[in-house]
Design a binder for this molecule. Structure first.
Ligand SMILES: NC(=O)c1ccc[n+]([C@@H]2O[C@H](COP(=O)([O-])OP(=O)(O)OC[C@H]3O[C@@H](n4cnc5c(N)ncnc54)[C@H](OP(=O)(O)O)[C@@H]3O)[C@@H](O)[C@H]2O)c1
Length: 323
């Protein structure tokens, strides 16, 4: 039986529970494609799942293969697939039970898109989950339009660095909170106004906003209500916002979970092709360094994204960065 290497966990814990394993090569059914993974993105959800802190992955899902971002080549297609052919270069966010820290992964046809011509495998793997989260948060849940104002909390991270670029590309006015050392990065991403969240209280500096995009939660979310105008919106990737407070202030408030979407990824790809958006990668780790990659993301809060070069050849790819 053909097999593949994966990085999985058999129990929840620190990065030392991640281990290299061997699993049978899956066969694509119906609307699935089998992708030879060249690179896989690393996201906070990966270390949250690994630690047992993510409600959708409980003990009964173990052993569990990590990874929600894949970029690679289609090597086999299911009988119902119409959108992709063998040999094509794709990226996508696999459903939560199909990990991308693996030499091969199954993607459903509607979870994947063709990779923009501009992107190599490493840069492509940096896109799916973080960019989809930013896209769906700003435009599907926030309904952000040209000319509106948005405060993006956590603009220096994976989701935030896409959110700043998407909001600017849409013609919005963008304010972002980052730590002092990320000010220059946020400026290069196009933010109109940058607030050092450790030195200043953002609620003393901004008011009457159309939207707050909360990538931090808790106290940051609580303090954000007062910055939003009547009719505005608070969208969070973390805590469920208080509906009582939202009603008192005449705003809409929601928490959402990112959804797999090849359609949204194609739209994002068009912005990348047009040169309006670029993934920024802080560091690439080799496949056997998955524990180091997760620790690096969790403990150092790098700018933009961290990627695993699943295919060793990809370690040679120069890291893409915001100029
Ligand atoms: N609901 C969903 O579907 C969904 C999807 C994607 C992500 N998420 C969650 O959303 C959060 C952001 O994701 P991500 O991928 O962007 O994470 P990330 O890459 O770790 O970025 C988070 C950034 O926030 C900064 N930060 C920390 N405290 C801050 C504060 N008080 N104000 C402003 N910035 C602050 C951090 O840098 P410094 O500490 O250096 O400032 C870091 O750069 C994570 O908790 C993630 O799990 C949820």
């Amino acid at each position: 039986m053909l097999s593949m290497k994966v990085v999985d966990i058999e129990r929840f814990g620190g990065s030392d529970v991640l281990k290299m394993d061997e699993l049978p090569l899956p066969t694509p059914k119906e609307h699935e494609v089998l992708v030879k993974v060249h690179a896989a993105g690393v996201n906070p959800v990966d270390y949250k799942i690994r630690a047992g802190h993510y409600p959708a992955v409980k003990e009964d899902a173990l052993p569990y293969v990590l990874g929600r971002d894949a970029a690679g080549d289609v090597i086999a297609v299911g009988p119902e697939v119409t959108k992709f052919r063998i040999g094509e270069y794709v990226f996508g966010m696999p459903g939560i039970r199909r990990g991308a820290y693996a030499e091969y992964v199954l993607l459903k046809e509607n979870e994947a898109a063709h990779v923009p011509a501009e992107l190599d495998y490493i840069s492509a793997a940096a896109v799916p989950l973080a960019a989809l989260t930013a896209w769906q948060g700003l435009f599907r849940h926030g309904r952000l339009r040209a000319g509106q104002s948005v405060l993006i909390h956590g603009g220096s991270g994976g989701v935030g660095h896409f959110a700043i670029q998407f909001a600017k590309a849409r013609g919005a006015q963008v304010i972002t909170t980052v730590a002092a050392e990320h000010t220059e990065f946020a400026r290069k991403l196009g933010a109109d106004r940058i607030i050092d969240y450790k030195a200043r209280r953002f609620e003393d500096e901004v008011e009457n906003l159309d939207m707050v995009f909360d990538l931090i939660g808790d106290e940051t979310q609580d303090r954000s209500f007062g910055c939003i105008k009547r009719g505005g919106v608070l969208v969070s990737t973390l805590n469920e916002p208080s509906q009582e407070r939202a009603a008192e202030r005449g705003i809409r408030a929601c928490r959402y979970t990112v959804e797999e979407s090849g359609e949204d990824l194609s739209e994002i790809g068009r912005l990348i092709d047009a040169g309006l958006v670029k993934p920024h990668i802080s560091r690439v780790f080799s496949f056997d360094q998955a524990p180091e990659a997760q620790d690096f993301l969790e403990k150092t809060h790098p700018e933009g994204k961290v990627v695993l070069a699943v295919d060793a050849m990809e370690m040679e790819t120069p890291v893409t960065s915001i100029p």
